[in-house]
Design a protein around this ligand. Structure first.
Ligand code: GMT
Length: 381
């Protein structure tokens, strides 16, 4: 199939899923056209059947705000028409699903039929999408899509609960390439970070408030107060990075933390991790947790959203009550202070991650596409 994929190209889970899906589909023989305002950050190499089309976001003195969604719509129309796309797959409802619905309508006026699939990822439903300033448009765009998928059962339920949905939503969980994401031998790196054999705790996020990055520092401070020899690696960047750095100075633990900023490839950092912390206030799936688990890293996470669908409490990690810093500390201690516990949980984390291998999940998207295209064809005769 010839598939147009639209996503946010910047650091974030929905862009990662969209890009990895496009790459995996390309290796399975599909022709993939990414349509985005810049090159998706995980799209390192363009290959024979991967193309990138940049959306030009125009400015004009009259516009106080750029009209990204309209520029995107025009680009979708243009690319669908000239590349003869079979399907548009948009990731994150706002404004991608809306742009796609409008593009489909414009193309239908020219006699060109193109079905659209929308994948819901998270805050497009749980936070920003349900705001009254967006809700009617998001609701309409979901109902108007030809196929809709959600990355967890939790997100599917939330969508039905928060919106007035009159169509099916298929759950297709996030996935991972377990051949790329696996524990590698990075002993030299580990020795550089932990010269005295300390354990390593890692947090990776875009440091948005919802990720609760300052709680990671609080937990780390308590671990140090218990006398645990441990280092912390904070990977990524965003609005809460400065507050987290500030707090670590105030608590006197800054010397044992490295704020590494945005890093690629994260699997190398995860290869020296003993535990991954995800104290998020909202998380529909938790792709960063899956990446850690694939590298044999058990995850201690908030017991919210889609995280219980990924992490088996007490087996491949632990689930803690939201904002309960004591519980997070206890659970990390339980992993790091027992070599047996650490070994069995890291093996279980890897086993659990293999359940989400792309070889299993990507075909679910292919069969979703086929049924959407068949239904659209049946409706047009
Ligand atoms: O919804 C968001 O906050 C954006 C999105 C992103 O682009 O980072 O994250 C969501 O989608 C990811 C990929 O499906 C999920 O793994 C994340 O759990 C989800 N984030 C939230 O729900 C906060």
């Amino acid at each position: 199939m010839k598939i147009g994929i639209t996503c946010y190209p910047v650091y974030g889970g929905s862009g990662v899923v969209a890009t990895e899906l496009g790459k995996a589909l390309a290796t399975r023989g599909h022709e993939i056209h990414f349509i985005a305002y810049s090159m998706p950050f995980r799209l390192e190499n363009l290959s024979e059947n991967i193309f990138f089309h940049e959306v030009d976001v125009n400015t004009y003195p009259l516009f106080e705000y750029p009209n990204y969604s309209l520029n995107l719509t025009s680009k979708m129309v243009d690319i669908a028409r000239y590349e003869e796309l079979d399907l548009l797959h948009v990731h994150y409802a706002i404004p991608h699903a809306t742009s796609a619905v409008l593009a489909r309508q414009i193309l239908a006026g020219e006699g060109y039929k193109i079905p659209i699939v929308t994948t819901l990822h998270g805050t497009d439903i749980t936070i920003v999408g349900r705001d009254p300033s967006f809700k009617p448009v998001v609701n309409y765009s979901i109902n108007e899509s030809d196929g809709v998928t959600a990355v967890s059962d939790y997100l599917r339920r939330e969508t039905f609960c928060r919106f007035d949905i009159s169509r099916d939503i298929q759950v297709i969980p996030n996935f991972i390439d377990t051949t790329r994401f696996r524990r590698q031998n990075k002993e030299h790196f580990r020795r550089a970070v932990c010269p005295n054999g300390e354990k390593v705790m890692v947090h990776i996020s875009n440091f948005r408030p919802v990720k609760n990055a300052t709680q990671v520092v609080e937990v780390f401070h308590r671990l140090r107060s218990h006398g645990l020899p441990v280092k912390l690696l904070m990977v990524g960047d965003g609005p809460e990075r400065a507050p987290a750095e500030h707090l670590s100075r105030e608590l006197g633990v800054y010397e044992d933390i490295r704020f590494l900023g945005k890093q690629q490839p994260v699997e190398e950092i995860l290869s020296i991790a003993d535990v991954f912390l995800m104290p998020s206030g909202s998380e529909t799936f938790g792709l960063a947790a899956l990446e850690a688990m694939a590298c044999n890293v058990p995850v201690v996470a908030s017991n919210i959203g889609g995280l219980p669908e990924l992490i088996e409490d007490g087996v491949s990690g632990y689930l803690c009550p939201l904002d309960d810093v004591d519980a997070f500390t206890d659970r990390v201690l339980a992993i790091l202070s027992s070599d047996d516990n650490l070994a069995s949980m890291s093996a279980a984390a890897r086993r659990r991650a293999e359940h989400f291998d792309q070889e299993r999940i990507v075909p679910m998207y292919e069969s979703h596409y086929s049924s959407v295209v068949q239904r659209a064809e049946a409706l047009s005769v």
